[in-house]
Every structure is written in C-alpha cells, then in structure tokens.
Design a protein around this ligand. Structure first.
Ligand SMILES: NC(=O)c1ccc[n+]([C@@H]2O[C@H](COP(=O)([O-])OP(=O)(O)OC[C@H]3O[C@@H](n4cnc5c(N)ncnc54)[C@H](OP(=O)(O)O)[C@@H]3O)[C@@H](O)[C@H]2O)c1
Length: 313
C-alpha cells in the first residue's frame, strides 16, 4: 500500500503516460515522488540506473519509460525499438530487485498480443500466435519485460505487475506527423483543418481497422489502483472494452471538435493498416474492482483544448 510519504519513482515522467501518473500522484497528495529526466539519468545505462536506485531507494516504481511510436516508426526503426526497450526495462527491473524494491508497475501494451488473437483479447492469449509484423520488434521487447516481471515474482517473490493498456491519448502526447499513434495524428489533422481552413481529412489505410481507446488519465488511475491492490495475477488488461473503426473515430472527432465545418473524408489506401481489430477483454480488471471512468468525447475536448502545439514537429 502506498502511503502519502512513501518514496515513489516515476520513470518516464515527461511522457504521455508517465506525466499522467505524476499528475495524479500529486493530486492524490503523495509527497515523496522522485523523477529524473534523460539528461540526468539515461535509462539505457545499466550502471547509472543501478546506482540511482541504490542511492534513492524508492519503495514503489512506475515504469512508464520506453521507446514508443506509431505504426510508421515501429516498422522503420525496429532495431531502436527492440534495443532500447529491452535495455530500459531490464536495467530498471533487475536493479529494482537487486535493491530490494518489491513493488513495481510495468507498462505493457495491447499491441503486443498476437495479430489474429481472438477478440476481445484475454490476458491468456499472450504468446498464443504470430505477432503483427510492423511492430514485432517492439512487441518482443515488451513481452520480454512481462516475462521478466513474472520470472522475478516466481523466483524472488517480488510483486511486479504488468498493466496492458489499449491505445491512449491526452496531454503531453506525441503529435509528430510520422511517429505518432492514430488518435494524436487524427487530432493534429483536425487542428490543421481548423487552423488552415482545409476542406478534406485524409486518413491512413482504409478506415476499417477497429481500435479501442482510453484516456491517459484513466491509465494513470489504473496504475495507482493496481499498485495498491494485492492481485493473484501479474498481467492485467486496461481498456474500456469498446471498439470503433478509424472512420467512426474520424466522424466522431469532427463532430465533437469542429461541428461547424463540412469536411470530406478520404483514404490513403496504400498505407499500412496494422492489426485489423484490437479490443481488450477487461473483465479481469473489473473483477479486481477497476474500470475506466472518462467519457471519450469529454477526454477528447479536454485534450484538444489543452493541445501543446510545441509538440507539433
Ligand atoms: N501511447 C500509447 O498509446 C500507449 C498505449 C499502451 C501502452 N503504452 C505504454 O506506456 C508506456 C509509456 O508510453 P508513452 O506513450 O507515455 O511514451 P512517451 O510519451 O514516448 O514517453 C516515454 C518516456 O520515456 C522516456 N525515455 C525513453 N527513453 C529513455 C531513456 N533512455 N532514458 C530516460 N528516459 C527515457 C522519454 O523521455 P524523453 O521525454 O526524454 O523522450 C519519455 O518521457 C510504454 O511502455 C508504452 O508501451 C502506451
């Protein structure tokens, strides 16, 4: 159980998920939070990570640092994705164990389940089939992190948990034209339609691919909830359990954000589509008493209002 003065390390506190965890911890009155940006602590450096944890001795770690990107960069920079993720998570998880830190939440992702997993995806489907080719390097690294947590729990009696969130969005997202996920990419396109008075929204792929999305503050809420919860399971899906096509999202977003404009939607069909369908079975999280709270339209309007255009590279 985290106490208000427990020492907590949030790794990746400037990122989308890490910054949401940090915000919520502060809001809930946790006072002893430690962070270190990349300049101060490069998580690829095993010795530095070990020394940092030895010196600071946090009792709880939220591991939200990772090399993350959308379909384009996952496919193009596979070597970076597999190397950096294996290193970051191995350095933190192993050093945590070595320094007697028993409580850690590792962020996995719904995109590491098999490409053709039965839907909705249950936790037990992990490793039950072929991975999506465009992000297999990232997925394999993440799966290794999950197996590491499981193995350390079995052998060293740690209580490391892996949360598996679905696609997310919110403040501090990455809006890069090539490297972002589909929700921030869509938000950026709508912002540019509004700003430059464009008449057309062009979507990558055929628009039929189905996805589930969750507001990042709900993921942060799940992270803190499950850090405080004794669970038999170490792997828990975090989502809403609802899915819509990319085209449905596009229509919904246009209506919610710029209802005054008439926009034509078209498709760049030669672009990658990714896994055809991806919706999580969230019954395990619900059994433990957690469910997502924020309505999609509310989260979207909030994110749009607080867009940080500095991230518009
Ligand atoms: N975004 C999603 O849709 C989504 C969905 C499901 C699960 N997740 C999971 O949630 C976790 C966080 O994702 P995110 O979207 O929050 O990613 P993000 O916004 O890119 O944040 C990642 C953070 O990790 C830090 N980091 C990366 N390499 C580092 C290094 N070598 N040393 C120190 N810090 C380093 C980054 O620091 P800098 O600020 O210096 O770059 C950044 O603050 C990941 O494990 C991801 O798999 C994300």
């Amino acid at each position: 159980m985290i106490r208000k003065n427990s020492k907590i390390f949030v790794a990746g506190h400037n990122g989308l998920v890490g910054s949401a965890i940090l915000r919520l911890l502060k809001l809930k009155g946790y006072k002893n939070i430690i962070t270190a940006n990349r300049k101060k602590l490069d998580l690829l450096d095993q010795k530095k990570v070990f020394s940092f944890l030895k010196l600071k001795k946090p009792k709880f770690i939220f591991l939200a640092a990772a090399k993350v990107g959308g379909i384009y960069s996952n496919n193009k920079y596979k070597a970076n994705f597999i190397y950096e993720n294996l290193m970051i998570q191995s350095n933190i998880i192993h050093s945590a164990y070595k320094n007697g830190i028993k409580e850690l939440i590792f962020l996995g992702s719904s995109c590491v389940y098999p490409k053709f997993a039965k839907q909705p995806i249950k936790e037990k489907y992990l490793l039950s089939g072929e991975l999506e080719k465009t992000n297999d390097a990232y997925a394999l690294a993440k799966i290794a992190g999950i197996k590491m947590c499981e193995s350390y729990n079995e052998q060293y009696k740690t209580k490391y948990k892996c949360l598996m969130p679905t696609n997310t969005f919110g403040p501090n997202d990455n809006y890069d034209k090539l490297n972002s996920h589909f929700i921030p990419a869509l938000i950026r396109k709508i912002y540019e339609i509004e700003k430059f008075d464009k008449k057309k929204l062009i979507l990558w792929g055929n628009g039929k691919t189905k996805r589930e999305v969750i507001f990042v503050d709900d993921i942060a809420d799940a992270c803190i909830y499950f850090m405080n919860k004794n669970t038999k399971h170490h792997l828990i899906n975090i989502g809403t359990g609802k899915e819509y096509s990319i085209l449905d999202y596009a229509k919904l977003f246009l209506k919610a954000l710029i209802p005054q404009k008439k926009i034509k939607i078209s498709f760049m069909k030669k672009n990658l589509n990714g896994t055809p369908r991806k919706v999580l079975d969230v019954s395990l999280a619900r059994k433990y008493g957690w469910k997502s709270k924020t309505k999609l339209v509310d989260a979207l309007k909030y994110t749009y209002k607080n867009l940080n255009k500095i991230n518009f590279k």
